[in-house]
Design a protein around this ligand. Structure first.
Ligand SMILES: [Zn+2]
Length: 459
């Protein structure tokens, strides 16, 4: 199948960061087959032509850190502390007791929200309950497959509670490693569009007896590792208590820092920590909306950029942040530093745009495949039909980074396939999925009341 996007303005994100006007982009099956000046189409054989006059073609965005299950808690909790928030967030999830079909509906709905915001690649850090339940892991895989999103399923692992207590579970011996090998096979054996990563929850929730085998298994399977890192000041203190020294030096000592590791948040890094991450080519995913919503702190992105660190953006979970959108993250990544620091530490819109596209792809070890629109790469891209936030079009990147809310997203292609076309979700029945999401409301209300009742009793 060859599709020609005719006569659009193309944001390439190639090495020269070219923006090309009056451009033809040929999608040849799942790849970018070529980029030509307008008018060349007479010589190009295509099965379908999409007129992109006055439209913008940009790389599909990347959310390098997200939890899709969190969509069911949208709008809940205004806790003053991270610890209070995570306790309630985990408690309600236990009480709601989601089935595999619930997981499928939630993750599919989150994927649809991402697509409607021009996000084509998503890392889903999935705390499976019960741990390593293959049916639920498979439900999450199916959500990626059916909605058309390119996904990484990062299965969360931890052997400590969020208070740092040893937690009963399958991690007492190394039996969990064969369960992970099975999950890896199940997720990746039939497609290249869904990948797999190991996601130890956070260094303060994992002993070395879990972290070291994670590293070994990731090397064996040739996959990435993803974790939360120093999201709050309390995380830093808890890590020091568990490991007997600050987190970063400890992770370096046990050989955990490497180019296959990506870390989310990083709000409480010391300067030496930033240098260590850069030295080991660890990738950082910045989650400004979640950091601001939970009052966790704010990552020193500019400082990290100066050391050459790879940086991406993440929408995190909507129960910690706002919406499954990377437009929103770009905007907050630019605005946040301006009230915190001097101009030398401001993030520029084009820097945020790079984090939203190529940087995120690097963080997910997918930059050979996606993150820019160049011949030979996968055809994952977004067609924007400029609505009011992009008009008049004076500076495309500044306007996309600061003003766009998803309204201009008209069509989205993944692997050269239209997964959203002229505003319509193509691959799944959006109405049914949103109905399934809405139908959870009574169960959620009941569980929330129970969480609040137990909380009131305890205090
Ligand atoms: Zn997270």
């Amino acid at each position: 199948m060859r599709t020609l996007l005719r006569n659009g303005t193309l944001i390439t994100m190639n090495a020269k960061k070219q923006i090309l006007e009056h451009c033809e982009v040929l999608l040849d099956d799942d790849r970018i087959g070529g980029i030509f000046p307008a008018g060349a189409e007479n010589n190009i054989r295509a099965d379908k032509v999409l007129d992109c006059k006055d439209k913008i073609i940009m790389p599909g965005m990347v959310s390098g850190h997200s939890h899709l299950t969190g969509i069911f808690q949208r709008g809940l909790w205004n806790e003053p502390t991270f610890e209070g928030w995570i306790a309630k967030s985990n408690a309600i999830e236990r009480l709601v007791d989601l089935s595999a079909e619930d997981i499928y509906a939630l993750h599919s709905a989150a994927c649809i929200e991402f697509l409607r915001h021009g996000v084509t690649t998503v890392l889903n850090m999935f705390a499976v309950r019960p741990v390593l339940d293959l049916e639920k892991i498979d439900a999450s895989r199916r959500a990626f497959m059916d909605t058309g999103v390119r996904g990484i399923l990062a299965v969360a692992l931890q052997d400590r509670s969020t208070n740092g207590e040893p937690q009963p579970g399958p991690f007492a011996d190394k039996g969990w490693m064969s369960a992970i090998r099975d999950a890896f096979e199940r997720v990746t054996n039939s497609t290249s569009r869904v990948g797999f990563m190991l996601a130890p929850g956070a260094p303060q929730w994992c002993s070395d007896q879990l972290l070291i085998p994670c590293r070994e298994l990731a090397e064996e399977l040739g996959i990435g590792i993803h974790t939360h890192l120093l999201e709050t000041k309390g995380n830093a203190e808890a890590g020091r208590r568990l490991h007997g020294e600050p987190i970063l030096p400890h992770l370096e000592k046990i050989g955990f820092l490497s180019g296959r590791l990506s870390v989310a948040h990083c709000n409480w890094l010391e300067n030496e920590d930033i240098d260590k991450l850069a030295k080991h080519d660890v990738k950082v995913v910045h989650n400004p909306s979640a950091n601001m919503k939970l009052g966790s702190g704010f990552a020193r992105v500019k400082r990290m950029r100066r050391t050459g660190l790879t940086l991406g953006l993440g929408a995190d979970s909507v129960n910690a942040g706002t919406v499954y959108s990377v437009f929103e993250q770009m905007k907050l990544a630019v605005l946040g530093p301006r009230i915190l620091w001097g101009a030398e530490n401001w993030v520029l819109p084009e820097e945020a745009f790079e984090m939203a596209t190529l940087g995120g792809a690097k963080a997910m070890l997918l930059d050979e495949v996606v993150g820019s629109i160049e011949e030979g790469k996968k055809a994952d891209l977004v067609v924007l039909n400029p609505k009011i936030s992009l008009l008049p079009t004076n500076d495309i990147i500044n306007q996309i980074a600061l003003g766009e809310n998803g309204e201009s997203v008209e069509s989205v292609f993944v692997d050269g396939t239209p997964v959203l076309l002229n505003g319509r979700v193509e691959a799944v029945n959006e109405t049914d999925i949103l109905a399934a999401l809405a139908s959870l409301a009574p169960r959620i209300r009941q569980a929330r009341n129970e969480v609040l009742r137990l909380d009131a009793k305890a205090s």
